[in-house]
Design a binder for this molecule. Structure first.
Ligand SMILES: *Cc1c(COP(=O)(O)O)cnc(C)c1O
Length: 359
């Protein structure tokens, strides 16, 4: 028998969340961002459930090839473009849409012999200082691309550093927006946070990621408040029960010690399944977790294959009781917040050893 841990994927939630994005940015085309194995959700599963997207955005040529082999004819945006000249053979063969964020990439494209001209994205660094041409260099790069026989169209693109936070998008928009007007080029700016909060960023193509997976991009607004439905639910079971006497601890380092007699459930899920090891382990706090539908908390240090829950609030819990690590009524965002991270990281860390089922 396999371990009782399981990741369930609600395919209907993908379609629902894509609709939420469509309603937020009506009439705007949407790249479904499926990088990193669709944020841990399974590339082909996510793409299949979001066929209604206008295209897929990712980073890895292998992932692009898997989509093409599976029959997806959608545009595919390569978010970091190519890393070396021979990547362009694959870009050509698969007819991908590469981002150009550096002049070395434009040089490679200029030297390439392609079967068909490509749509390309020209990335502008509007202030995040990660990838892209400075605003001063964009018109030159744009003119260069427009003059190349390898290029069919050029879309301007930028990415926001704090669309989900208090700084918002104003400064970056003030730098980027005039370029689109000046060059009369289509534009793509918005990630999930910008789509849901900053309508002025919608442009011609939006790039939703986390919202499609049903988690919130915002620290101060829940996925449910945004009308999003979680796709992934990570469940397991209680595989042992312990009753600690006052002063006894559980797990490595005894990071938690019982103050009074305390029933503890041992859950078949650990950091090798993708549960965050840095979830709080001490007496003061713990990550939220559900046992038999009741909300309780983890205690002690997460181990490779197990973690521990306080069953004080769940007296009926027994061997085989159902545990929800995240998803369903327990937002991944809440677990992530307790562990000092974001739902993106929890999802991406889901281990391949966890059996997946689709509902
Ligand atoms: C990952 C990514 C996105 C999607 O961001 P979310 O916050 O998940 O919506 C959009 N654009 C770029 C360039 C990205 O790298």
């Amino acid at each position: 028998m396999p371990r009782p841990i399981q990741a369930r994927f609600d395919l209907g939630a993908f379609a629902h969340n894509l609709e939420v994005v469509r309603k937020a940015a009506p009439g705007v085309r949407a790249w479904a961002v499926v990088k990193a194995n669709a944020y841990g959700h399974g590339l082909l599963r996510a793409a299949g459930a979001m066929r209604a997207a206008d295209g897929f955005a990712l980073l890895d040529l292998h992932e692009a090839a898997r989509l093409r082999e599976a029959g997806f004819a959608h545009p595919i945006l390569l978010l970091q473009g190519v890393f070396e000249a021979r990547d362009l053979d694959t870009v050509d063969a698969l007819h991908l849409t590469p981002v150009m964020h550096h002049s070395a990439q434009i040089d490679m494209l200029q030297r390439a012999t392609l079967r068909r001209p490509l749509d390309v994205y020209l990335k502008c660094n509007s202030g995040m200082n990660r990838l892209g041409f400075g605003t001063d260099a964009v018109p030159g790069a744009h003119a260069r691309l427009k003059g190349m026989p390898q290029v069919k169209s050029v879309t301007l693109m930028t990415h926001f550093a704090d669309a989900d936070g208090p700084l918002g998008v104003a400064d970056q928009m003030a730098r980027f927006a005039p370029l689109g007007a000046q060059l009369e080029a289509p534009a793509s700016m918005a990630n999930s946070a910008a789509i849901l909060r900053h309508a002025e960023t919608h442009g011609d193509w939006v790039r939703p990621g986390i919202a499609l997976y049903g988690a919130s991009p915002f620290p101060d607004q829940s996925a449910a408040q945004l009308g999003l439905r979680p796709v992934m639910t990570l469940t397991s079971q209680i595989i042992a029960l312990q009753t600690l006497k006052p002063g006894e601890g559980v797990g490595y380092g005894f990071k938690y010690r019982a103050m009074a007699e305390t029933r503890i459930g041992i859950v078949a899920c650990g950091y090798a399944d993708g549960y965050p090891r840095h979830a709080p382990a001490g007496n003061a706090a713990g990550a939220p977790i559900m046992v038999d539908g009741m909300l309780t908390r983890t205690v002690g240090r997460v181990a490779m294959d197990m973690l521990y829950v306080d069953l004080t609030a769940v007296p009926q819990a027994r061997l085989g009781s159902k545990v929800v690590l995240w998803g369903g009524d327990l937002p991944a965002d809440d677990v992530a917040a307790a562990a000092g991270t974001v739902s993106y990281e929890l999802f991406c860390a889901l281990a391949s050893r966890v059996p997946a089922i689709e509902i």
